[in-house]
Design a protein around this ligand. Structure first.
Ligand SMILES: [Zn+2]
Length: 93
């Protein structure tokens, strides 16, 4: 069924963009703040119109954040990178 394949490819593409944007934001936050308590805002690399608000946990350096655009970037960092991807997969499942 070609229709199903196309749908799946679109969904995978969206998921990959979501993961790539998450990693980009988290890398930027890590480089800037390291493992110190911090919070702030940066322009969203995914929708390119919204603002991502984030918080860094100074205890373990984990980050969480969300974009103000509905349905856009939103993540909570767990123990491993995998948990970020898993959150994303659940979001679009
Ligand atoms: Zn966004």
């Amino acid at each position: 069924m070609p229709g199903i394949t196309v749908k799946r490819k679109l969904r995978e593409g969206r998921r990959n963009r979501f993961i790539a944007a998450s990693i980009k934001v988290i890398d930027h936050i890590r480089e800037t703040y390291g493992k110190s308590d911090a919070s702030g805002e940066i322009a969203c690399p995914l929708c390119e119109v919204g603002t991502v608000r984030f918080v860094v946990n100074g205890f373990n350096g984990h980050t969480r954040g969300y974009c103000g655009t509905r349905g856009c970037l939103r993540w909570v960092e767990g123990i491993t990178w995998l948990s970020i991807a898993t959150d994303v997969i659940h979001k679009f499942a």
